[in-house]
Design a protein around this ligand. Structure first.
Ligand SMILES: [Fe+2]
Length: 277
């Protein structure tokens, strides 16, 4: 079974590029049996849901995704509460918030479990007070979720809720006994955090994820884990779990990858990772 992975398509920030069509083209070129998107499709829930439908129409394989923090924002729909936006994704059968999915190609069976995940400050450098972390601001810069997501009133509490939702999926009778791919937008391992010597990131890594996700995965047959959020393209093996971070990221970041060119097709080909099980 060939599982193609990508995240952080940011179709609004990258709107000068045909990101959805090129993603579908790349998934076809890799002969993917399924495409998994680990969040941050856009910053408007309706636009993300429409993009998911459009992408499904372009693919010749199923698509599953989790929302990212940007997909959860009410920046462009200020009257909507975060819980209401969350419920809209939960109702979408292509969204892993709807429930776990069993993939079966007749030879191999694996389960996909997923959630947006959240952050509990465990990836922050030592020495920041709880009050400072709750404030989500450092040297005049504020982490944007603070403005556009109600959950940020209690970030560690939201991480606990995410862990409960994931645990419920992992305990689902249809999933039990199967090898699992866990999909979150947030990072389960510190490996993908921004180096602390990059100014400000000792603080802002607090809002990238949390090791409680990995602790949960270790208690279940999670063999693979996918995340996005940090706009890296990387892989790491921790506790026998292979972690994938396959971010496309913003077009303004593409030159940082130092590829042969900064065309969207080149970047998508570089960002997408393929797992064969
Ligand atoms: Fe992102």
């Amino acid at each position: 079974m060939r599982i193609a992975l990508i995240s952080d398509l940011h179709i609004d920030i990258n709107e000068d590029y045909p990101v959805l069509a090129l993603t579908a083209e790349e998934a076809r070129a890799r002969r993917a049996d399924v495409l998994v998107v680990a969040g941050d499709i856009s910053e408007t829930p309706e636009r993300t849901l429409a993009a998911v439908e459009a992408l499904k129409g372009m693919l010749d394989c199923p698509l599953y995704y989790v929302p990212g923090n940007h997909d959860m924002w009410n920046k462009n729909c200020p009257s909507r509460r975060t819980e209401e936006i969350f419920a809209a994704y939960q109702a979408d059968e292509s969204c892993l918030l709807h429930g776990p999915v069993v993939l079966d190609d007749g030879r191999k069976k694996i389960a996909l479990a997923g959630d947006v995940g959240w952050f509990d400050y465990s990836f922050a450098a030592e020495g920041f007070s709880r009050e400072a972390l709750d404030g989500m601001a450092f040297e005049g810069r504020t982490w944007q979720d603070h403005f556009f997501n109600d959950w940020t009133k209690d970030n560690p509490g939201q991480m606990q809720k995410s862990l409960c939702r994931l645990r419920r999926q992992l305990e689902n009778p249809a999933v039990k006994g199967l090898p699992v791919m866990a999909v979150t937008h947030m990072l389960p391992v510190r490996d993908f955090c921004v180096p602390e010597d990059v100014h400000g990131w000792g603080f802002f890594n607090a809002f990238l994820g949390g090791s409680a996700l990995q602790d949960l995965y270790r208690s279940y047959p999670v063999r693979w884990a996918v995340c996005g959020h940090v706009h890296y393209r990387s892989q790491a093996v921790r506790d026998g779990i292979t972690h994938y971070c396959p971010c496309l990221g913003y077009h303004t970041e593409w030159p940082l990858y130092e590829l042969e060119n900064n065309e969207a097709q080149t970047q998508i080909r570089n960002a997408m990772q393929l797992l064969e099980v």
